[in-house]
Design a protein around this ligand. Structure first.
Ligand code: A2P
Length: 342
């Protein structure tokens, strides 16, 4: 009989948490008991999973005693405090937040890209940033076949990346109402907004994540990454305009075929008949869509790509559930309990 695992979703009432629950169901994940955890505010909320209704409970330090795998998406403070508590109970945490991602003893995983990094963990595994995940799925075959020399990325990110607050602000602004809650102090509707900047050199937190995370995932600590991130009033997924320069030469048709045959990628690239990936079309799917492939003739070996994916699914919830599946496949639920110090 198939082994079942007790699973917790921490942040179960949030946009990503609810999608995690949906994806566990869609992929028929071997769930034994399911525990839905959030703040005290939403304790008692009922959420259904596979035709059964589950009541959300308030997250407590003793919430993890009977849990094998916990999917966290409840914000940084919850991850900082509760991920080590869960791991100390023997529960493997797959954390969607940014806090643990760059810790040297925390694997940062995109299952199609660096599954081998999951072989050693101490109970906390990090899910990369949404924009990083789709970029990595598309760039891994290029790295393996032609070796990346430099990557230039500009993001066109869906406001869903700012959580429910972002969607609520956009919806209110479009309807001419005053938003009850805001994700940006600037108007989002019909505008371009930026992520929080706290770096003295002017980079946003999102840009710093997109510079550092690919380097860790590809084990290329010095890979030149040139990144600008913006949020747009769009739904469905994130777009990325990417320019790559490689060590080895390639023909654009070779690149198209390589990407078409690589895991997790769907190539839609028929510009003459107006076929290319759009964020709205990508919404609801788990694939990373690639199109608008063009040779960059300004360098010896270069190409342009347009990369789109559903940031709430593949960029967060699906990737986390895929990590859990990989963990089971690798028999990786037992780990050496060790306090991770930051
Ligand atoms: P709650 O609904 O009770 O506030 P989003 O990113 O869409 O805003 O979702 C955040 C998720 O994290 C929600 O499920 C939210 O629960 C949960 N959350 C926020 N703060 C805490 C906390 N201190 N303890 C547990 N869960 C929290």
């Amino acid at each position: 009989m198939k082994k079942l695992f007790n699973v917790a979703v921490v942040g179960a009432t949030g946009l990503v948490g609810r999608t995690m629950i949906k994806i566990l169901e869609e992929r028929n994940f071997p769930v034994g008991n399911l525990f839905l955890l959030a703040s005290e505010r939403s304790a008692g909320t009922v959420i259904s999973f596979k035709d059964t209704e589950y009541t959300v409970e308030a997250l407590m330090p003793d919430s993890f005693e009977d849990i094998d795998i916990a999917l966290f998406s409840a914000g940084k403070d919850v991850s900082i405090k509760y991920a080590p508590i869960a791991a100390a109970c023997g529960c493997v945490v797959i954390d969607n937040g940014s806090f643990w991602r760059m810790h040297p003893e925390v694997p940062l995983i995109v299952p199609e890209v660096n599954p081998e990094a999951l072989n050693n963990h101490n109970g906390i595994i990090a899910n990369p940033n949404c924009s990083t995940i789709q970029l990595m799925v598309a760039l891994k075959p290029i790295e393996d076949n032609f070796k990346l020399k430099r990557v230039i990325v500009s993001t066109y990110q869906s406001i869903t990346g700012a959580g429910q607050k972002g969607i609520d602000q956009l919806t209110a602004e479009i309807s001419g109402e005053i938003p009850q809650q805001r994700a940006s102090k600037h108007q989002i509707a019909y505008n371009t907004v930026f992520h929080t900047v706290s770096d003295p050199d002017g980079f946003s937190e999102e840009e710093i994540k997109m510079i550092n995370e690919p380097r860790k995932i590809l084990s290329r600590p010095d890979l030149p990454m040139v990144v600008t991130c913006v949020r747009l009033p769009i739904l469905g997924g994130h777009g990325e305009s990417v320019n790559v320069e490689t060590e080895k030469s390639f023909h654009i048709q070779q690149l198209r075929e390589l990407l078409s045959n690589s895991p997790g990628i769907t190539v839609i690239d028929e510009p003459l008949v107006d076929k290319f990936p759009t964020p709205l079309d990508a919404g609801g799917y788990d694939s990373v869509f690639v199109g608008r492939l063009r040779k960059d003739t300004t360098v010896d070996n270069g190409a342009y790509l347009w990369i789109v994916s559903d940031n709430v699914r593949k960029g967060a919830a699906t990737n986390a559930v895929q990590i859990a599946e990989l963990l089971i496949e690798k028999d990786g639920l037992d780990f050496e309990r060790k306090e991770l110090i930051y």
